[in-house]
Design a protein around this ligand. Structure first.
Ligand SMILES: [Zn+2]
Length: 270
């Protein structure tokens, strides 16, 4: 029941080729497509000249009749172009019966998974625990935006990539590879502890952190997860500075540090 449409894909090898990509997914009628989204191989294509695997990352509609979810997933082009108007997409892509649906706009696959982990009862119940206890895999990359990724794995959700953004280490990078790798270790540790998909902090600790974020740290820009990661790295490399400037956060991190880790990080050597 899903619908495919022709697209032209350009590969970094210079060749351009035609292929068909899924633009509508009806989750309850196309369980295989839902599975491929959860696994991370949805709309993956191979270049017809060099054979490289490419993530087409186009916009598509994810509709789940059983759970009454209507989710417009913005692809790379649309994310770059700026905010998407929900009403515009609904009028273009909604079929019928729209009053009964929860409507969302998701930023790419990660955005969709974030919504599904909250709104799809099957994932909400079973998957959250698996994501918390299965080991995370850390891979280093060398591109401008990110120094690596931490991949979370559930039972149904695979390859949930959390970027380790170079931005979060800005001003801390020394140029020495060994030291930088040490910082990436700490950043991976922070993202493993607290991220929007699967935080290892207890509900109480999350509330405590949000209170510190708003009231003690206050002026620091960025979202709570990015700030958590930056502060954690700082706490680990120069905890006197944190103790002096943010005493509550210092005590909070000291407690978190004592917590036994329930999700191990496996370092993937590339
Ligand atoms: Zn190619």
């Amino acid at each position: 029941m899903g619908l495919k449409f022709p697209y032209e894909i350009s590969c970094s090898c210079g060749s351009t080729f035609q292929t068909e990509l899924w633009e509508y997914v009806f989750a309850d009628r196309d369980p295989d497509l839902r599975t491929s989204i959860l696994f991370g191989n949805f709309n993956l294509v191979s270049c017809s000249s060099c054979g490289a695997g490419l993530d087409a990352d186009i916009s598509y509609l994810y509709r789940d009749e059983k759970n009454k979810l209507w989710i417009w997933v913005c692809g790379a082009k649309e994310r770059k172009a700026g905010p998407t108007e929900k009403s515009e997409r609904i009028s273009g892509y909604f079929l019928d019966d729209q009053r009964n649906y929860q409507k969302h706009i998701a930023q790419g696959r990660n955005g969709l998974l974030y919504i599904l982990l909250k709104e799809d009862p099957e994932l909400k119940e079973k998957e959250i625990n698996a994501l918390k206890t299965n080991p995370a895999i850390r891979i280093l990359v060398d591109n401008q935006e990110n120094c690596g990724y931490l991949f979370l794995t559930g039972n149904k959700i695979k390859n949930l990539a959390l970027p380790l953004s170079s931005q979060l280490l800005r001003g801390r990078l020394s140029g020495s590879k060994a030291e930088e790798n040490g910082l990436v270790d700490l950043l991976g540790e922070a993202v493993n502890l607290h991220n929007r998909f699967s935080s290892l902090l207890s509900q109480n600790s999350i509330h405590k952190w949000q209170d510190l974020f708003q009231n003690e740290i206050g002026a620091v820009t960025g979202d709570e997860y990015e700030t958590f990661a930056q502060m954690w790295v700082d706490f680990k490399i120069d905890n006197e500075k944190i103790r002096f400037n943010f005493p509550g956060t210092y005590r909070f991190f000291q407690r978190i540090e004592q917590m036994p880790s329930i999700r191990e990080i496996v370092v993937h050597q590339n």
